[in-house]
Write a protein that binds this ligand. Structure first.
Ligand SMILES: [Zn+2]
Length: 220
């Protein structure tokens, strides 16, 4: 299997991660972020969560600090759009995305899948595609009751350390979620195991994404 490297030449990797709710980014791409920050020193990360208020904002901030510990620079943007009601706040969300675009041009945008069954997730994915028109967007997956996992086409094999730390951080840093029956180490490990076997990850663990559009070569 040809392995592709996302690092730009001659300058640090710029990464934008946009999640709807607290813990979405960690569940969807936490292992990938940990792995890339170890692999690409100097990376600059913008980490945006659209619904984070009160206790959940405290959790989101602590978690961002843990996941982005190795980033050369990190900007954390927390908004307080109401959970479950993003479509009713479309214009303000679009403005929040425009502000992210004005703040800089990322090499990679990590965000939700367009096919996600959660309306907030789906709208965030749509706004990412509306806003970032000349960028690599990779869409992560969130296991959920609706059972909307698809057939990803891009895999990031994780080191054992990245996979382990992802799960440990999730369980440690989101105490408000522990009462939910699905918020268990087994959920996160199982998803990474499944994607790990699909891409023959040496560690057995991987995260997977929908890479809807890839452009090869500069054409110049
Ligand atoms: Zn969510």
């Amino acid at each position: 299997m040809l392995s592709l490297d996302i690092a730009p030449r001659g300058r640090p990797l710029r990464l934008l991660c946009v999640g709807a709710h607290c813990d979405d980014l960690e569940i969807g791409c936490g292992g990938t972020v940990l792995d890339w920050l170890a692999r690409y020193p100097g990376a600059e990360v913008t980490w945006a969560v659209m619904s984070a208020s009160g206790t959940r904002a405290v959790e989101a901030r602590r978690s961002a600090a843990a996941f982005l510990r190795r980033a050369a620079s990190r900007a954390v943007a927390l908004h307080d759009f109401p959970d479950g009601h993003f479509p009713a706040r479309f214009s303000e969300l679009k403005a929040a995305f425009a502000a992210l675009a004005r703040a800089g041009s990322p090499d990679v945008v990590l965000t939700h899948r367009l096919e996600d069954r959660h309306q907030d997730h789906r709208l965030v994915a749509e706004l990412a595609w509306q806003t970032f028109r000349d960028h690599l967007i990779l869409e992560f997956e969130i296991p959920k009751y609706e059972g909307d996992l698809g057939n990803p086409n891009l895999y990031v094999p994780l080191t054992p350390s990245a996979a382990r730390r992802k799960v440990a951080n999730l369980m440690r840093l989101f105490p408000t979620q522990r009462s939910k029956d699905w918020f268990r180490p087994e959920t996160f490990e199982a998803t990474m195991h499944l994607r790990g076997l699909e891409c023959r990850a040496p560690s057995g663990f991987a995260e997977a994404f929908q890479a809807r559009k890839l452009v090869f070569g500069g054409g110049g």
